[in-house]
Ligand binder design. Structure first.
Ligand code: ADP
Ligand code: ASP
Ligand code: MG
Length: 595
């Protein structure tokens, strides 16, 4: 019998009428001959209200008690939803996370799922019930209630769909599907017919709140097709599957994280091990770090900048204070008035000029870029918060995201899960018993035909990055990684990028040729650098990978010149002479996790 998981978010169960409407949808699916699991979130803004309530009682509520409190929101919804189905004359039973056997680790407020014993749900389904499952919650080994992080009901839904081998996982929400950017920010955003797991994973972790990023990790790992659609109508939505909507577009979507904060640690001794010392402390405090940029060493000192969510700044500062003392840095600055704007697309991995186009669009809108990081399928820039909205609009417009790509795939029916191979069956069997959210790495590789160019002392003004990369692109030079660091207190910044080794000389000539227009202080370059990459799924949320890389390189006395991270890959640039040694020790370190 086909099985469908239907998830209803907060606004979709905000009042009794909406609960009844959702119940009718579930009943309709059952009437069509499907087994139905409904996953629900807390009603409306109940989770926010509970958080606010806690803050009125305590400045720092213990995380365990926070989870005890927040889980009640979903418990209210499941009970009401089950009552609604009953009142309409059908069988339903509500279950909390613990009752359906969702076991997690003990990281309260951001727990990870370890395993789900689907037997009880399956039995109840076989008895003809519509099973109403509480989203966002689980239980640890000691029977403590845990929650999966804000927006975590999506992850519950996809994880249940994976273990139950559902034919479909429908995410019913207050928008018609996934758009090229948040339609509340830009009304000109366009609904996509389909988006790939990789793109959705990056977009979600860069601010597209429509899906919880970890739900996409599950979906990709276990091949769960997702259908994001409106809970208020029956129109078709957006499929999240393996393939992108368009093969020709470089960029599929843009996202903004409005509330970011930047920290810059100044005067860090330029020796192996300093990144490890700093980021280990942040990881221990479970702080999500992004946009890590290191200035190339200058008089044996470097500046390291990175961003953290604004609400984690206070904790991050505590961790940074001890790190500064340990590594002997001279101090740090921070700014909590910044936002991150990113573009994402699978096509950017093999098309040139995408970063350049983004910088040009921002320059033309008069927006100053404070930091830049790029990776294979995304480019992020940090801008002042009061310019974030205009920055998002400028890049959305520049890449023509409001327009449907001419080769966009037509909307198709969900790919059938019935065609699952024996391998998938085995995987699902394993995952009922194993650590579901365990890190999965797929590859460790070394590219060593690259060179690095750094412009030091570039004026921190709008349009500079655009000018540099327009000139480089005009000579047909292929740019891979780009980072721009923050050094605002002196009104200058530095821009580093990697290029093919054979274009090193030509590129030096191009940047020297910029001198009449840009008054930078000097050019530094390494003719021979290597890029080491660890690939997998969900690497940004599993910070252990980046930390593990820093640790191994530090233990072997290898200095890191550049870093970039994405959900799919962590890259570090090191000197070529250490490339082979670094690859060997990373392979040894991560061997156990390689799938
Ligand atoms: P739910 O409560 O159903 O989980 P959320 O509020 O978590 O709903 O997610 C839906 C919201 O996500 C939309 O109302 C929209 O404003 C926002 N959003 C952000 N980025 C996107 C995007 N790229 N496409 C669609 N919606 C988006
Ligand atoms: N109720 C939780 C939240 O508001 C989980 C969710 O809605 O997905 O974050
Ligand atoms: Mg949500």
């Amino acid at each position: 019998m086909p099985l469908v998981v239907q998830k209803f978010g907060g606004t979709s169960v905000a009042d009794p009428e909406k609960i009844l409407a959702a119940a009718r949808k579930a009943i309709r699916a059952q009437q069509e001959g499907k087994q139905v699991v409904v996953v629900v979130s807390a009603m409306g803004h109940n989770t926010d209200l509970l958080i606010d309530l806690a803050s009125q009682v305590s400045d720092q509520p213990p995380a365990r008690e926070m989870d005890m409190l927040l889980s009640t929101g979903e418990q209210v919804s499941v009970a009401l939803m089950a009552m609604a189905v009953h009142s309409l004359g059908f069988k339903a039973i509500s279950l909390t996370g613990a009752q359906m056997g969702i076991q997690t680790d003990s990281s309260f407020t951001k727990a990870r799922i370890r395993k789900i014993s689907a037997d009880r749900i399956q039995r109840l389904l076989n008895e003809g019930h519509i099973v109403i499952a509480a989203g966002f919650q689980g239980i640890d080994e000691d029977f403590n209630i845990t929650t999966l992080g804000r927006g975590g009901s999506d992850t519950t839904a996809v994880a249940l769909a994976a273990v139950l081998q559902a034919d479909a996982c429908e995410i019913h929400t207050d928008v018609d599907g996934v758009y090229t950017t948040d339609p509340r920010q830009l009304p000109e955003a366009r609904q996509m017919s389909q988006i790939s797991y990789d793109e959705m994973l990056e977009l979600a972790s860069l601010g597209a709140g429509v899906m919880h990023n970890r739900s996409i990790e599950f979906a990709k790992k276990y091949g769960v097709p997702i259908h994001v659609r409106s809970s208020f109508s029956d129109v078709r939505g957006t499929l999240i599957v393996s393939e992108p909507e368009s093969k020709s577009s470089a960029v599929c979507g843009a996202a903004m994280t409005r509330n970011e904060a930047r920290i810059t640690i100044q005067g860090v001794p330029d020796r192996p091990g300093t990144s490890f010392e700093i980021f280990k402390r942040l990881a221990d405090a479970k702080i999500t770090v992004d946009m890590i940029v290191q200035n190339v060493g200058h008089e044996s000192q470097a500046d390291i900048s990175f961003t953290v969510p604004k609400e984690e700044l206070k904790e991050a500062i505590k961790a940074v204070q001890t790190a500064v003392t340990t590594v002997g840095a001279s101090g740090f600055t921070h700014d909590d008035d910044v936002s991150k704007v990113s573009v994402v697309g699978l096509g950017m991995a093999y098309q040139t000029g995408v970063a350049q186009q983004m910088f040009r669009a921002l320059a033309d809108a008069g927006i100053n870029i404070q930091m830049i990081t790029t990776s294979e399928i995304k480019i992020s820039v940090l801008v002042a918060r009061n310019q974030a909205q205009s920055a998002l609009r400028a890049v959305h417009q520049s890449f023509g995201l409001f327009r449907r790509p001419t080769d966009a795939v037509e909307w198709s029916k969900l790919p059938s899960r019935k065609a699952t191979s024996a391998d998938l069956e085995k995987l699902v069997h394993d995952l009922r018993a194993a650590d579901m959210e365990q890190l999965s790495l797929s590859d460790i590789s070394l590219i060593d035909d690259q060179a690095r160019i750094t412009l030091v002392g570039v004026p921190d003004q709008p349009g500079l990055a655009a000018m540099v990369f327009d000139a480089v692109a005009a000579q047909g030079i292929f740019v891979d990684m780009i980072v721009q660091s923050y050094d605002g207190h002196e009104g200058v910044t530095s821009i580093s990028f990697t290029i093919p080794h054979r274009q090193h000389q030509a590129c030096l000539e191009v940047v020297e040729g910029l001198r009449p227009t840009i008054s930078f202080s000097r050019v530094q370059s390494s003719q021979e650098i290597s890029k080491l990459s660890v690939s997998g799924i969900g690497l940004r949320s599993h910070t252990s990978v980046a930390i593990g890389m820093f640790e191994v390189l530090s233990a072997n006395g290898i200095n890191i010149e550049m870093i970039n991270t994405s959900e799919l890959r962590v890259n570090v640039v090191i000197s070529s002479s250490a490339g082979k040694q670094a690859l060997d020790c990373l392979r040894r370190k991560f061997e156990l996790n390689l799938s």
